[in-house]
Design a protein around this ligand. Structure first.
Ligand SMILES: Nc1ncnc2c1ncn2[C@@H]1O[C@H](COP(=O)(O)OP(=O)(O)O)[C@@H](O)[C@H]1O
Ligand SMILES: [Mg+2]
Length: 229
């Protein structure tokens, strides 16, 4: 190989996550080792309760691990305070949740722009980026619609657009197609793949869906908080 290899999008080293509920410990992740390449798409598959959402939350700096090291795009976030994590998330990662989470009283376009209101970017530049993303996602005609005036697939596309506003190194998709029918789910996955590959952005896609694993570069399995490749 020529030159230095690109920095991985994600490195998790010996990560453990223990939740304490009413004095009882729940080990959600145990000795997780996971590296995601700079432009790699990884499907994360496992039964309900196996730790998928916890893994995504830690990989995106929403949660801190109980033990272990988390490095995103070469930045070690293991010791970050919650304030540093908030800033880091805003600048460096994207999330698309199963439940989409669009703000109901804002239009599609405003839902993209809201990412920027808490960020430092120039308003004009942000509007340009939002419009460009809406166009790429085939939503230019829907830019002024409220979420209630969008179909399930369109809402998911708005959520993808929103996750890409900050030009993240890594986007985390937690069961992005589970509320869509087969055909829409398939379209969504192709769209996700296209959007990630054209930007060289890495992604983890949590899924139960075999169709998604086919579109991923690699499938990682998780059972009882343990990852096996
Ligand atoms: N906030 C929480 N507090 C306590 N236990 C939790 C919390 N979130 C998840 N868990 C537990 O951790 C385990 C993994 O959960 P989760 O990461 O949501 O799995 P998955 O997304 O694969 O369904 C489960 O046993 C779940 O009950
Ligand atoms: Mg989950």
């Amino acid at each position: 190989m020529n030159g230095p290899s690109p920095i991985p999008a994600l490195e998790m080293e010996d990560v453990r996550k223990v939740y304490v509920v009413a004095g009882e410990e729940v080990v959600a992740l145990d000795h997780v080792e996971l590296t995601v390449g700079s432009d790699e798409i990884v499907a994360l598959v496992g039964p309900s309760g196996s730790g998928k959402t916890t893994l995504c939350s830690i990989a995106g700096g929403i949660l801190s691990p109980t033990e272990g090291r988390v490095v995103i795009g070469g930045r070690d976030i293991s010791g970050y305070s919650s304030r540093e994590l908030t800033e880091f998330r805003r600048d460096s990662v994207g999330f698309v949740f199963q439940t989409v989470n669009l703000i109901p009283f804002l239009t599609a376009r405003e839902n993209l722009l809201v990412v920027d209101e808490i960020g430092p970017r120039d308003r004009k530049q942000a509007r340009k980026r939002a419009d460009q993303l809406l166009e790429e996602l085939g939503l230019e005609e829907r830019a002024g619609n409220l979420p209630s005036q969008l179909s399930g697939g369109e809402k998911q596309r708005v959520a993808i657009g929103r996750s890409l506003m900050n030009e993240p190194a890594l986007v985390l998709f937690d069961e992005p197609t589970s509320s869509l029918d087969t055909e829409l789910g398939d379209q969504m996955i192709r769209l996700i793949r296209e959007e990630m590959k054209s930007r060289g952005t890495a992604a983890i896609i949590v899924t139960h869906d075999d169709r998604i694993t086919r579109h991923a570069d690699r499938t990682v399995r998780i059972t009882d908080g343990r990852v096996s490749v």
